[in-house]
Structures are given as structure tokens and as C-alpha cells.
Design a protein around this ligand. Structure first.
Ligand SMILES: C[S@@+](CC[C@H](N)C(=O)[O-])C[C@H]1O[C@@H](n2cnc3c(N)ncnc32)[C@H](O)[C@@H]1O
Length: 335
């Protein structure tokens, strides 16, 4: 962070501004290490490797820190030569390509594939994640002058209320312990008239939906796999995906349902035909997303109706909730 970034932060306890009471800047003026102190309640937080930290390094999201350190750039468009993240970011947000003068809060940024898209708009972007994936994000995106990265939780964010023009939280809600509360906790940080974009894994409903939900093998095996140390689980997944790859190649040729079988029954995240990736990249994405299915502490999908109801209860207007990227996506404007 830089000293001028203080204006984007506020004490998560009492909302007073911070001051920097001790700082070790690098030659470029970036604060490599130091201490933030609340001017109200005096609580202090460290700045470590250029990032203000409001939570401990390790927590329930440590598996994400692990996966995004290994796959720091796997899903970056600038790394894989595609427009996959760009297309999803702008399709899902429906935001204009130019957002100069606006402030955007990204909650649950992971490795920062969407941070890269958000900063491209010219907005000032504050990207937050609970895990040490923030270090991977900083390594890739930290050079952007319009970006501040912080390690903090959705449940106690270090910002002023009614501050941001836009809030985005994609790929995250289902991985938090209380999905409804996580959704509701985003709203206070938005200005009136500000735009919120979220998505969440889909929980199928109805009798046919319940059958489809029940045969998702990941929910049978997660109670075991999420308890395995990330290093061990990752190694096992690399072996599994490499071993079963020829079979998934055959199955993926079954029209319409081949990839679904690979995803739901064989637990191999199969993007053949969906994304323009090389064979090597497809396997890398499969390993990443199979780990992403089996390792997180929490995975609680939601129905379209539930997300719709939350937007309404939160007093949002211009609500759009439907099936989409990641399962269910929702947009609304703070009323
Ligand atoms: C599947 S990743 C999605 C990352 C990124 N949005 C993307 O789509 O590539 C989910 C992220 O949510 C973060 N997360 C989980 N619980 C969180 C919390 N309480 N506060 C903030 N971030 C959280 C994890 O650390 C992880 O990086």
C-alpha cells in the first residue's frame, strides 16, 4: 500500500480513519511493512509485504491461499492468451468498460484474475481476500497505481460505510460459513445507487433438481477430502487427473452430457469445447478446479429463489437474478 491509500481504509471496529505509526517504504514509496493505527479506538494492524492485514495469515480459507499460490496466473487472460476472464467479468457485471473516477470493491479476489479486469476500467479498485492468496494477487497486479489489496474477511471489512460505487463478489459466497450473512454484509459498504454483483453455486430445486443435486459426487466425498492437508490432497489430485485424463477425453465426446459426467461423477473439471485452451492448459485448469471442488472448508450452494429473496430483503432495486456463471448470478442497485 501507499500512504495515499489511507483514504480507502477505515477501522473495522469503529470506522474511524487510520494513521500509519510506523512504516518502512521501499525506494518507490510503497509501504513494505509498518503499522496502521485507528485514530479512534487505537487498534493496530500490521502491513506485511505491502499488504495491510486485518486477519491472521492462516484461517479456514488457507486451502485457497495454497491453490492460488500454485495457480497464481493459470486463469489470467494475460497469462493464458484468452479472453475468458474478461468476457465473464463484463458479461456478469454488465458494467461499462470505462469507470474512471469510481471506486470498486472486489471481495474474495483469489489470485486476482478479475482484479486484472477491474483495474483495466480505470476505477480505483480495492481487492480483499481472507486468505494469503492476496500475496499472489499482489505479485501479479501490485504494480497498478489504481489498486489497493488487503487481507481481511467479508465479515469485518476495513472500509467506511456507504463508500463504494460498485461491489463485486464472485466465486466466493458459497465458500463462507454463513452465506446469507456474507451477502448481507456486502450491502453497507455500497453507496446509495451503487451496483452490486454476486454469484453463488446453484442448489437445484424441485424433484428432478433434487436428484441432480444428489448425484453430484463432490458432496459425498468433500466431508473426507476437505480434512486432508492441502499439500497431500493436491498431490493426490494431480495423480488422479493425470491417470483418468484419457478416460475423460473419451467421455467428453458424448454429445451434450460428456463434460457434465466428467464434472459431476468423475470430479474432473472439464472445459474441453467450452474454453479455447490447449491440452496442457485444460489439464492445468482441471487440476486447479478439481482441487477447488474438494478442498474448501465450506461449499453451500443456493437456489435462484433464495438469492432473489436476499436481494429483495436487502432493499435492492433493479434486481436481476438468474442462472449463469458459477450457478446463480445476481445484480442489483442499492436503493
Ligand atoms: C473460489 S475463490 C474465487 C476467487 C476469485 N473471485 C475468482 O473467481 O477467481 C474463493 C475466494 O473466496 C475467499 N474467501 C473465502 N471466505 C472469505 C471471507 N470470509 N472473506 C473474504 N474472502 C473469503 C477465499 O480465500 C478464496 O480466495
Amino acid at each position: 500500500m501507499r500512504i495515499e491509500h489511507l483514504r480507502y481504509l477505515a477501522c473495522p471496529k469503529c470506522r474511524s480513519p487510520f494513521e500509519i505509526v510506523d512504516s518502512h517504504p521501499d525506494t518507490d514509496g510503497r509501504i513494505e511493512s509498518g503499522t496502521l493505527q485507528c485514530t479512534g479506538c487505537q487498534v493496530q494492524y500490521p502491513i506485511v509485504r505491502f499488504i495491510p492485514r486485518f486477519v491472521s495469515r492462516d484461517n479456514y480459507a488457507t486451502t485457497f491461499g495454497y491453490q492460488w499460490t500454485i495457480h497464481a496466473q493459470t486463469q489470467y487472460d494475460s497469462h493464458n492468451g484468452t479472453q475468458i476472464s474478461e468476457t465473464r467479468f463484463f458479461n456478469e457485471t454488465k458494467w461499462p468498460r470505462q469507470l474512471e473516477g469510481q471506486t470498486v470493491l472486489e471481495v474474495g479476489s483469489g489470485s486476482g484474475r478479475f482484479t486484472e479486469q477491474a483495474v483495466s476500467t480505470g476505477a480505483f479498485v480495492v481487492s480483499l481476500d481472507y486468505s494469503f492468496a492476496v500475496d499472489a494477487n499482489y505479485a501479479s497486479n501490485g504494480h497498478h497505481p489504481n489498486l489497493l489489496i488487503v487481507q481481511a474477511s467479508i465479515y469485518e471489512m476495513p472500509f467506511a460505510l456507504n463508500f463504494f460505487d460498485k461491489v463485486i463478489c464472485i466465486g466466493v459466497l458459497q465458500h463462507t460459513p454463513d452465506v446469507r450473512r456474507s451477502f448481507m454484509d456486502l450491502i453497507p459498504y455500497l453507496k446509495r445507487g451503487g451496483s452490486l454483483v454476486v454469484d453463488v453455486y446453484l442448489r437445484e430445486t424441485g424433484w428432478f433438481g433434487s436428484i441432480k443435486q444428489a448425484i453430484k459426487v463432490k458432496y459425498w466425498v468433500r466431508p473426507f477430502t476437505r480434512r486432508i492437508a492441502p499439500e497431500r490432497l493436491y498431490k493426490a489430485i494431480v495423480r488422479y487427473v493425470n491417470g483418468i485424463w484419457p478416460l475423460t477425453t473419451l467421455i467428453s465426446q458424448i454429445p451434450r452430457i460428456g463434460r457434465k459426467i466428467n464434472f459431476a461423477l468423475l470430479l474432473v473439471a472439464d472445459y474441453r469445447g467450452a474454453y479455447p485452451l490447449s491440452e496442457q492448459q485444460l489439464k492445468e485448469w482441471a487440476i486447479l478446479d478439481t482441487f477447488d471442488m474438494l478442498s474448501p472448508a465450506y461449499d453451500t450452494p443456493q437456489s435462484v429463489g433464495t438469492l432473489q429473496q436476499w436481494f429483495t430483503e436487502a432493499g435492492m432495486t433493479q434486481i436481476e437474478v438468474h442462472r449463469g456463471y458459477n450457478g446463480v448470478e445476481g445484480r442489483g442497485v442499492k436503493g
